[in-house]
Write a new protein. Structure first.
Length: 137
């Protein structure tokens, strides 16, 4: 059986849209470059406040969210997104430069995956493809 992509995804030529949220510009841009080279459409936000305003007009298929950020950390932002009926269905993948102590908090917050920095970019891209494909079915 062939699974059909959602109409929203078809309108973008089959490219899943990922929101990358990291307060370090270099990290954000490096992730955007890599993900774009892997066939993703990427939108960028430097913090949770910008992400929330972006979600109102440009809904991603998944969110890649740094744990350590100003204004609100990624775990708290993930919890807030999962409490919001409009956004709770968007998969969140958390990334952190901290040790695996954040993993339990990430799972409790509702994240679908957690990656430690330095990132294994191939595994990250595979995970993002997997979670966005599940949303499109």
């Amino acid at each position: 059986m062939v699974k059909r992509a959602s109409p929203e995804r078809e309108s973008r030529g089959g490219r899943p849209k990922i929101a990358v949220v990291d307060d370090e510009r270099e990290v954000r841009e490096a992730l955007a470059d890599y993900l774009a080279s892997e066939g993703f459409e990427v939108i960028l936000a430097p913090n949770g406040l910008r992400l929330v305003s972006t979600l109102q007009v440009d809904r991603p298929d998944a969110i890649l969210l740094d744990v350590v950020m100003s204004w609100i950390d990624g775990i708290e932002l993930c919890r807030a997104l999962k409490r919001n009926v409009e956004f709770r269905d968007i998969p969140v993948v958390l990334i952190s430069g901290h040790d695996r102590a954040d993993l339990e908090h990430a799972e409790d917050a509702g994240a679908v995956a957690y990656f430690e920095k330095p990132l294994d970019l191939e595994s990250l891209a595979h995970t993002l493809r997997d979670v966005t494909a599940k949303r499109g079915t």
